[in-house]
Design a protein around this ligand. Structure first.
Ligand SMILES: Nc1ncnc2c1ncn2[C@@H]1O[C@H](COP(=O)(O)OP(=O)(O)OP(=O)(O)O)[C@@H](O)[C@H]1O
Ligand SMILES: Nc1ncnc2c1ncn2[C@@H]1O[C@H](COP(=O)(O)OP(=O)(O)OP(=O)(O)O)[C@@H](O)[C@H]1O
Ligand SMILES: [Mg+2]
Ligand SMILES: [Mg+2]
Lengths: 228, 228
C-alpha cells in the first residue's frame, strides 16, 4: 500500500540547511496500525506530510497503491488525498469562524455527498468523539481537546482507507484518549482501515502493532511496541 | 498569593449557555507547584485565563497578591501580567513570521531591558530548551514540539514570580518532556517560582506537589498527586 524508498526532505540551503528527512525507507501493508515515535524535531510530521501527498520529497520515491506519487500533478494529488486519505494535523487546521459541524462536513462536500447524508454522517462522527452538543461551536468556542476531536472527526467522516494522525491525543485526558484510540483500533480491526499515528506516549503506541522510531530524519528502529 | 472565591465563567446565554467555570474556590501559596488536571472541556484553560488576568469571571472574586483583580482596569492588568506572570498557551500563540529569538525577546522589550541583555537572556533560554540552533527559524519552520518549547522559553525569560503553563509538554517526547518538567521543578525549588501547570499526563503531574482535578467547571478533588 505504502512504500517509501530513500526519501529525503531538505529545507533551506548551504549553512542553514536542515535535513528533516535524511533517507527514509519503509513499507506499510493495507490494514496495519503503525505508531510513529521519536524525539521532537526528528522528522515525524515531515514524513506524515510526504505520506499524505501534502509535501514532495527532495529526493527518493513514494509509491502509494503502486502509483509513483512524485509523478502526479497537483490535481491528481488532490484527488488521491480526497479519495483515500484522512489527515489529523498536529495543529488541527480547522477553518476558523466555521462551526464544528461545517468543519466535519467539508470533506463530504468535496466528495459530492448530498446534504442530508452529510449532516447525518457529520453528526454521527461528532457524537462518536463526544461533541454532539458542540456541533454549532466554532474553534474559538472550543477547548484545545475539543478542537483536536473535531479534527479527528473530520479525518474519519469519509471512512478513508488510510488515516494519517499526527499526535491525535496530545490535548486529551486519559479517558478521552483511550476512547479515541479504541475507536481507531476498531476501525482498523473491523473495517481494515490502515492507521499511521504519530504519538509521544507509550500507552498510545500500545494500541498499534508496530512502531517506527525516528531519530534525526532517519528510521532508527522498526518493530513491535514492546521492543521499540 | 492566589485566591479564587466562587469564580464563575459563563459563555453565551439562555439555551446555548455554557458554564465553563461553575463556582471555583481555591488558594495557592507562593512557591507551590500545582498541577491542574481533568477531562477535556472541564474548564482548565478557562481557569488559567482567569489566573493570568486574561479573562474576567462572570461572578466571584480573584485576589492576586491581595489585589482584587476584578477591580483593575486594562492598563493595571497589563502591568500585573508583565511584572509577575509568564504564560504558556495551549496553542502556543507565537507571533507568525517572527523568529524564535524575537518571540522570546518580546517580554523583555516590554520590560525595557537593553538590547544586548535581551539577546543574551533569550539565547540562554532557547539553549535551556534545546533550541539554540533554531533561534532564527520562524514558527512555520519549526516542528510542533519546537514551537511549544519556544512558547515555554518566552514564558520563562523574564524570570516571572508565577508561571502559568497550559499543557507545556503536550507535543514533546518523553526525554524532552522530562527535561522541561525538571527545569520547572528546579525553578520552583531553587528560585521559589510558583508554577501552575495544566497537564493530562500522570507522569507530568508527579513533578508537582498538589493536583487540582477539574470536572464540569468545578474543582472536584484537591490533594497530592498520588491521591488524586
Ligand atoms: N467562547 C466560548 N463560547 C462558548 N463556549 C466556550 C467558549 N470557550 C470555551 N467554551 C467551552 O467552555 C468549556 C471549558 O473550556 P476550557 O477551554 O476551559 O476546557 P479545558 O479543560 O481547557 O479543555 P481541554 O483539556 O480540552 O483543553 C468547554 O466545554 C468549551 O466548549
Ligand atoms: N520550513 C522549514 N524550514 C526549515 N526547517 C524546518 C521547516 N519545517 C520543519 N523544519 C525542521 O525540520 C525538522 C523536522 O520537523 P518535523 O516537524 O518533521 O519534526 P517532528 O518530528 O514532527 O517534531 P515534533 O515531535 O516536535 O512535532 C525540525 O528540526 C524542524 O526545525
Ligand atoms: Mg510534529
Ligand atoms: Mg484547555
Amino acid at each position: 500500500l505504502i512504500a517509501l524508498r530513500d526519501v529525503t526532505r531538505i529545507y533551506g540551503q548551504g549553512s542553514t540547511e536542515v535535513r528533516a528527512l535524511a533517507g527514509v525507507s519503509f513499507t506499510i501493508q493495507a490494514g496495519e496500525f503503525v505508531a510513529v515515535m521519536g524525539a521532537s524535531g526528528s522528522g515525524k510530521s515531515t514524513c506524515m506530510n510526504v505520506l499524505g501527498a501534502l509535501d514532495r520529497p527532495t529526493a527518493g520515491q513514494y509509491r502509494f497503491r503502486d502509483v509513483d506519487v512524485g509523478r502526479c500533478d497537483r490535481d491528481q494529488l488532490a484527488l488521491l488525498r480526497r479519495h483515500y486519505l484522512g489527515f489529523v494535523f498536529q495543529s488541527f487546521n480547522l477553518l476558523p469562524r466555521t462551526s464544528a459541524l461545517d468543519n466535519v462536513m467539508l470533506p463530504l462536500i468535496y466528495q459530492r455527498v448530498p446534504r442530508r447524508e452529510r449532516l447525518r454522517r457529520a453528526l454521527e462522527m461528532l457524537d462518536l468523539v463526544g461533541l454532539a452538543d458542540r456541533a454549532h461551536h466554532g474553534p474559538a468556542q472550543l477547548s484545545g481537546g475539543q478542537q483536536q476531536r473535531v479534527a479527528v472527526a473530520r479525518a474519519l467522516v469519509t471512512h478513508p482507507d488510510v488515516v494519517l494522525a499526527d499526535e491525535p491525543t496530545g490535548n486529551l485526558d486519559s479517558a478521552r484518549s483511550a476512547e479515541l484510540l479504541g475507536l481507531l483500533q476498531r476501525l482498523n480491526r473491523e473495517r481494515g482501515i490502515t492507521v499511521v499515528m504519530v504519538t509521544h506516549e507509550a500507552e498510545a503506541a500500545a494500541f498499534a502493532q508496530r512502531v517506527l522510531w525516528f531519530s534525526d530524519g532517519l528510521v532508527q528502529r522498526d518493530g513491535p511496541p514492546a521492543e521499540v
